[in-house]
Design a protein. Structure first.
Ligand SMILES: [Fe+2]
Ligand SMILES: [Fe+2]
Length: 177
């Protein structure tokens, strides 16, 4: 095991400098600019997911619509909670959460969808979840030990996206093509 990092005096005096940086200290090991940029992309991704699931919830029609619609609504709520978690972390790191609707789809990894066919909706949702899973997995690996708190937030979100993908696959399997 490595000897304990910095002596107490140095830790204390460093913490006193730059207090306007809030929780971001010299020990912060990631590229802050880049982390904020990536987090704003993730925020946009979640917001687009909220809109897509809401649209699907309100327009789902047909034999299997009831169970699908309740999943859509539940997912919309969870994506919205993810957006809140990410925005809170951006603010905590001293950044500005970007909710600008004009640039939303350009920053989002996943896409909006306005299909009218239920099977098509579910397929698009499954694809969007798979995109979210791939991008969160990549971001988490990139963060590594550089920013463990952001990483933990994203790991928690990733676990939910995996459940979402599983839910969509189950729905898709239950609908005849
Ligand atoms: Fe999400
Ligand atoms: Fe999701």
């Amino acid at each position: 095991m490595k000897e304990f990092l910095t002596d107490v005096e140095t830790l204390r005096s460093r913490a006193r400098e730059n207090i306007e940086k809030g929780p971001v200290t010299d020990a912060y090991g990631a590229d802050l600019e880049r982390v904020l940029y990536v987090l704003n992309q993730a925020l946009a991704t979640e917001l687009v997911c909220v809109l897509r699931y809401k649209r699907h919830y309100f327009t789902a029609q047909g034999l299997n619509a009831l169970s699908a619609a309740s999943e859509f609504l539940q997912h919309a709520g969870e994506e919205s909670a993810h957006a809140d978690q990410i925005a809170a972390r951006i603010t905590q790191l001293g950044g500005d959460p970007d909710f600008n609707p004009e640039t939303l789809t350009g920053r989002s990894h996943s896409e909006y969808d306005a299909s009218s066919d239920l099977r098509e909706m579910i397929k698009e949702d499954l694809i969007a979840e798979r995109i979210a899973i791939a991008s969160y997995t990549e971001i988490i690996a990139w963060l590594g030990e550089g920013d463990p708190t952001t990483r933990r937030v994203l790991e928690e979100i990733l676990a939910t996206e995996e459940e979402h993908a599983e839910d969509m696959l189950t729905l898709l399997d239950g609908i005849p093509s």
